[in-house]
Design a protein around this ligand. Structure first.
Ligand code: SAM
Length: 438
């Protein structure tokens, strides 16, 4: 086999133009075909398309080629909405008709499950949908300077660390429509050069900017931020790497969930980026868990209490566990604000040994876990010892989800329901909910 690859390898040369049929999309949404028995990855192509592409990277087992022309195009190909598509690394799927995105995502999850030997028919439920555009309420906007001190303001280009200048980003919520030109106007005027690393933006009832300031600000630059804040109706917070300090008094940040639940947060705290999908996700989680007034529920990776507080309104009690003490404090505060007193919050590194933690007791009826992209393997190894009858897993990374599901199923659980949630439309990112029971 090795000799075979060697032999065929010689026939592919850098810069060579090849005609290729796209036979599958990888989990990043990149088209893959075979050329001389070797996979060739061609970005911007779709399943069943024939394309002309130019090889720009040759590795032992695969090559990468740049799309030159689609010679036979998919019925699902559409023109990308955004002028920056293909260059900007933010969106991957704009050339695929939106009605196909969920199908693509569902197939990717199914393929990853197959890789983990989970071959049975998956109990798919209807996906949670999103509006295709203007859904993102939080983003990090990069700032880079050239030698002349001119700033590029935008997002990272595909597969590089360089920024591409952005004019408009159609996935950001409406109040951020002109954010790039507005930021450019302020940043170019600052007297201290190369002072800004990036700017995070969060939209709730206000638009808040968290400005990563790399050099101490002088009075004149402070005034420029003040003036811009007034003009554009921003709240500005300065992050100097050690402290996050409001430039002037700001209104507390919060978002609302059904039943008048108010979730307060600090500008840099994790919040789910797509508000509408977050609300639908919480509703579905509560429905799937078939909550009873007598239930005792555990909420792992609970953050600010985004799931904990709505759950607590319907059950006997909820224990929320989170790694960051600041989030735990905020979650406790959120419970108080909402006058919800049947939940308690604890700090713990869930990837470490928590066998002696106070909250680690038998008797939970249901557990919800919502880990970061790395998943929850170490947490699950311990959690599974509690034999909790229902496990609801919210995942933002299907690879770690498939790996963790294998562990859960090996302990005698059955997968009851699974669905995709369109948390990040136009991108390859996949959010999934799975319910297991035993
Ligand atoms: C995807 S967020 C979910 C937060 C919350 N459930 C929500 O819906 O807003 C993951 C959370 O896990 C926390 N986390 C990450 N690693 C952790 C660890 N090793 N132990 C405990 N918590 C952790 C993060 O601080 C973050 O709040």
């Amino acid at each position: 086999m090795a000799n075979f690859f060697k032999a065929t390898n010689k026939k592919q040369t850098l810069g060579q133009q090849i005609n290729i049929n796209i036979e599958r999309l990888d989990h990043n949404g990149c088209g893959v075909g075979q050329y001389q028995n070797k996979p060739v990855f061609v970005e911007g192509t779709l399943l069943h398309e024939s394309v002309l592409a130019k090889i720009f990277e040759k590795k032992g087992k695969y090559s990468r080629a740049k799309l030159i022309e689609v010679t036979d195009q998919s019925e699902h190909r559409v023109d990308a909405e955004c002028a920056h598509f293909k260059v900007c690394g933010g969106c991957d799927l704009q050339h695929l008709n939106f009605d196909q995105h969920l199908t693509f995502k569902q197939e990717k999850v199914a393929q990853l499950y197959t890789r983990h030997n989970i071959n049975a028919q998956l109990p798919w439920q209807p996906s949670i949908e999103s509006s295709p555009w203007h859904y993102r309420r939080k983003a990090r906007i990069g700032v880079q300077y050239n030698k002349a001190g001119q700033a590029t303001i935008g997002f990272r280009q595909r597969a590089t660390n360089q920024l591409t200048a952005i004019k408009h980003c159609p996935v950001l919520v409406a109040p951020l429509k002109d954010i790039f030109s507005q930021l450019k106007a302020v940043i170019q005027q600052l007297t201290i050069h190369s002072a800004i690393g990036h700017v995070e933006v969060v939209v709730t009832e206000q638009t808040t900017l968290i400005v990563r300031q790399l050099k101490a600000m002088n009075k004149a630059d402070k005034q420029r931020w003040h003036d811009a804040a007034k003009k554009y109706n921003w709240q500005v917070v300065i992050d100097n790497g050690d402290n996050v300090t409001p430039l002037f008094e700001i209104t507390e940040l919060q978002y609302y969930l059904p039943n008048h639940i108010e979730i307060k947060f600090e500008p840099k705290d994790f919040i789910q980026v797509n508000h509408d999908v977050n609300v639908k996700m919480i509703e579905q989680a509560m429905q799937w868990l078939a909550l009873k007034p007598t239930d005792k529920v555990l909420d792992l990776f609970c953050g600010l209490g985004n799931f904990t507080l709505p759950l607590a309104q319907q059950v006997h009690s909820v224990v929320g566990v989170e790694g960051l003490q600041v989030m735990v404090d905020k979650a406790k505060d959120n419970a108080l604000t909402n006058k919800i007193n049947n939940c308690s919050f604890y700090q713990a590194d869930l990837n470490a040994d928590w066998s002696s933690a106070l909250w680690n007791k038998a008797g939970f009826d249901k557990v919800l876990l919502d880990p970061a992209r790395a998943g929850a393997y170490q947490a699950l190894e311990q959690l599974l010892k509690l034999s909790i009858p229902s496990i609801l897993y919210i995942s933002c990374d299907p690879s770690s989800l498939a790996r963790d599901s294998e562990l859960i199923l090996a302990q005698g659980y059955k997968m009851e329901k699974i669905s995709i949630m369109e948390m990040f439309p136009q991108t390859k990112h996949i959010e999934t909910m799975v319910l297991f029971s035993r």
